[in-house]
Design a protein around this ligand. Sequence first.
Ligand SMILES: NC(=O)c1ccc[n+]([C@@H]2O[C@H](COP(=O)([O-])OP(=O)(O)OC[C@H]3O[C@@H](n4cnc5c(N)ncnc54)[C@H](O)[C@@H]3O)[C@@H](O)[C@H]2O)c1
Ligand SMILES: N[C@H](CO)Cc1c[nH]c[nH+]1
Ligand SMILES: [Zn+2]
Length: 445
Amino acid sequence: MSAPLIHRLATSDADFTAKLDHLLAFEAETDAAIESAVASILADVRKRGDEAVLDYTRKFDRVEAGSMAALEIGRAELDAALAAIPAEVRAALEAAAERVREYHAIQLDKTAGSFQYHDADGTLLGQKVTPLDRVGLYVPGGKAAYPSSILMDAVPARVAGVGELIMVTPTPGGVRNDTVLAAAAIAGVDRVFAIGGAQAVGALAYGTATVPKVDKIVGPGNAYVAEAKRRVFGVCGIDMIAGPSEILVICDGDTAAIPQLADWVAIDLFSQAEHDELAQAILLTPSAAFADEVEAAIARLLPTMPRREIIATSLRNRGAIVVVRDLEEAAAVANRVAPEHMEVSVADPHALLPLLKHAGAIFLGRYTSESLGDYCAGPNHVLPTSGTARFSSPLGVYDFIKRSSLIDVSAAGAQKLGRIASTLAHSEGLTAHARAAELRLKDEG
Ligand SMILES: NC(=O)c1ccc[n+]([C@@H]2O[C@H](COP(=O)([O-])OP(=O)(O)OC[C@H]3O[C@@H](n4cnc5c(N)ncnc54)[C@H](O)[C@@H]3O)[C@@H](O)[C@H]2O)c1
Ligand SMILES: N[C@H](CO)Cc1c[nH]c[nH+]1
Ligand SMILES: [Zn+2]
């Protein structure tokens, strides 16, 4: 008997939790080898700078370049690519960029503002928001080209007012993808380097003779990129761990409402599995009959997929169809997985929403395929993976700004605050702190 294309589980299985945890830990088990490879690449880039980046680019991307300058892609090349791509691709990129821009402009308004107020003593308190000076944008490019990720990285950065955007993306075999370059032109990045992987993350974090050191690195990538970002955190900021893609679909299996529902769900699972052998695709359904239908649809549709080998490996590694008792239980399992993308294909998705806590993005309703969010819905497609949606958020304008607190104490405020501060400072044994407050008291000084 041949091996199943995808794991089949049921929450009624005695060992369900252990099996689920084993599936979720798959990526972690591969981590040890990746961790040591990335550690040595980063150490080498820190020590040897451009020379190390050139060596790893030769090794991993098969690009022979005599100098780092040859790996910089200039504005003229970006503009030429923009002029060369088909008009309908250019129009689609521009339409997507506009929707992403609009969403993030509203997000800036709602979540990332400066504010000031006065308390009863006339003391001003508040928050000053400052965009970051220089940000590194990682754009993946190993197994596929990602023009859409350029828009998702760069547009919110521009909306937030970042000073300078340095983009890196690998060009396997030295092939520069015109749509990628055109997207960079549309998004308005300042400099582009044809480098990727841990070596590109190291170059941005530490700086080299050619690649400027950045304040923060954002953007998605494979497990090597995610590990490298985790390791350079502290040298510079990072947005989150946005590693191999994940999808979890909750579906009631109502084929009376949508006869082709099993095909829709199977293709939606493929849509993330086709990114990477380490991608994760999970279906939760209360209907065992629908689970069978989706499994059959997977078997029928897989051979028609150009990236079927990646999909098959990914489903074998981290794919599962899980039969749950009901939709409430599906929500509980989904929260435990905390997937990057959660699709809710049920009759009343908004009724389930209050139960859904942990996901990078939640796609509500049968017509909301996850892939619309990948390209053009408006919200960001750079999202937390590996369960980090429990504590991380989508990439957003808030990742490109920082906040400084503002405190402007009035003379009256100095009397009241000075007494409190003096008492607390003495209780901590910090006399200079206490004296600084006391010197400003009117009856002392
Ligand atoms: N979470 C998100 O928001 C999000 C968004 C888009 C894409 N993604 C994910 O991004 C990833 C893109 O991966 P990709 O591979 O196509 O491109 P990538 O640019 O992330 O990785 C390619 C680089 O990986 C490095 N690499 C590959 N094998 C290596 C090895 N054995 N040792 C050391 N370094 C090695 C190389 O330097 C290469 O340049 C996928 O996993 C996809 O699912 C995630
Ligand atoms: N699904 C990816 C985020 O995990 C984003 C993407 C870009 N292109 C296609 N998909
Ligand atoms: Zn995708």
